[in-house]
Design a protein around this ligand. Sequence first.
Ligand code: PEP
Ligand code: MG
Length: 764
Amino acid sequence: MKTKYYLFEKICQIMADASGPRHTLMTIVKLVADHLHIDVCSVYMITPPDGDLVLRASAGLRLESIDTITMTAHEGLTGLVLEKGAPLFVKKPADHPRYKYFESSGEERFSTYLGIPLRQHRRNLGALVFQTVDPDALSEKDIPFFSTIAGQIAALASYGGLVKNTPPDGKDDAASTPSRPRDFVPPPHKAERNLLRGIPASPGIGEGQAHYLVRSIGFDQIRPEYTDSPGNEISRLETVAQQLRDEIRNMTENIDDLSFQDAAIFESHLMMLSDPSFRKDIVEGIRKGYTAAYALKQTVARHIQRFMKIDDPYLRERAKDIEDIGRQVLARLLGDTPDQSTTLTADTILIASDISPLELIAVRQKRLKGLALAGGGRTSHAAILAKSFEIPLVIGLSDILDRVQEGDHLILDGNSGLVFRSPSEDIINEYKQIRGEKKRLSRRLHTLKDKPPVTKDGHRLSLNANIGLLSDTPLVQLYGAQDIGLYRTEFPFLIRSTFPTEDEQVDIYEKILAGVDGRTVTIRTLDLGGDKFLSYFDAGKEQNPYLGWRSIRVSLERDDIFRPQIRAILRVSGNHRVRLMFPMICSLGESKKILRILEEEKQALADRKIAFDPHLPIGAMVEVPGAVKILPALLTCFDFVSIGTNDLIQYMLAVDRNNPKVASLYNPLHPAVLLTVQEAISACKQAGKPISVCGEAAGTPKCAYLFMAMGCDALSMTPSNVPAIKRLIRNSRWDKARADLAAVLEMSDEDEIGLYLNAALNGL
Ligand code: PEP
Ligand code: MG
């Protein structure tokens, strides 16, 4: 009896100290199994969307079977327990007709089975299952006692969030952190008749009827046709282009909540319509005798082809803009303008192979609850617009056009990329709850905007933004980032057809600086190569571009590119808060060379009496593991350091950051990565130089928590990640984070680190 009381007491204590439902559950099953000498103690939970039973915790079954053993709620002895809603004791379970064997569990040696339903408010949540090798170790008499334990576990499951979904442990996805409401993750193994998986491109959850975007004539239907009156065709083209320009202007002027970056999208459309080379190409085609429509088709195809040759995915997607605008001109040439006034009479999820920003504007209304595209791009302008209009968007749903009919009831999840066709009541309710949670969370996060990122016990650091385009600048203010920790200057270079001159660069940087309202901007010099190439700069083909002629290596060999950029940055430092940073530093020799060039250019500006900040802080990006090893020496050349984890991880772990085949190996929680970041931070502390982290990992909760504990001065991230990371910091204690870091740095397995951090961050 004493044993039983001890056990209850201990379970209560574990629940009170709960470090996260998953961890708590594992601790309880282990305790019960150990204490009562039971070979197997397992918890199966009913899991959405299909209500299947999934093994969530077990002491005794193989660890790898957790989360992989799944059965429908009507399968096996455990299914029978749920059907009956009552405990079930079976001797020789393998002989029972409902017995179901799972190879991965290693369970055939057991001679008793006791299953107890986990119930809360008369609802089945799952089952607690005991198995023993000894046929006499369990009997029906044990049922009342085990039912009490089941009651405790049911309470934990119900209130600890295990019922809806337990996120997979070990991965640093935001879904598993407390700083965001959970996302819906269906079991991966299921036959998914009514589930479509795409790529999330604008967050949020939408529910409504499927409605196909009707678009009649596309370029593929335009055949070569000739005209006898090219003059007429040219003037038709001019009229139509002017008409479209007016329409775009009208539209943008009449949308009062059109943000700065959205306006920039339409501005780029207007520019394209007025681009003399675009017009000249079409007119040349017409002069050859083709109709305006066919000449337009040819011109659009040529321009798209040019863009598609560019390696940068952002710029490749600009080809879409050309197609969009071309299609708009075509529609007007053919008198086939889409009906802009479609009024949706019910909540709607719009389906299309793709959508242009103009089409999106035309259909945007209260009833539009989501967009599901067979194609699309994450950084397409339509995706940017959808985000700023807060319309959930899922792209890459390659089979949606075959699987969804007009009028089907859909739920679209822009956070996970899932689309449910004819969802069950359970799924509908589940999403209702998630939507409520998300609303509450974003309201709470917004209240943090003007609050400092400081831990409960007073440790403070800066949360900064990474930007690349002028259109990113409003986000800095929106999400409450303190400064700009990384401005990637490649973007303004990438979207041009020649290198911008020094003066043009001054203009570009001035605009960025004006857009961020007095914040300090860390401007990084060009980081070309790897996956970023300029159409007008032939760097030659390389076997291993990431290990080749890239970044500072290019700059140091090309004075004609490097020096004007340095001069331009120096010039804007004269009247703005600027820091200058160099990418991919890995040797003292190149650092000294950089300093020499910088001094020469400062002198040149001083000779010309051009103002600049003589004390402009100079920084090195540490993203090559070798640089960390010689950091104390490098620090003699630099005032500050920023760690680029995106590259550091790929170089440390030999995992290409852009290769989906090895994406699962790209893990920022790998102990080697963490130890290296810690080493770099310690070296900077020792030298009294500020250090930040600006790779993507800085915007993920687990890494941000560890980097903070390591003592870095700032984290720089995609602006929209700032509120969640700020919340995490404000809910943390520095001393506890230090203790967690010490524990993590003792571990040599990234999965173990992930699990540990799941527990440590849960509830923060
Ligand atoms: C990095 O490598 O972490 C980084 C911030 O630079 P980029 O992603 O531009 O290579
Ligand atoms: Mg980098």
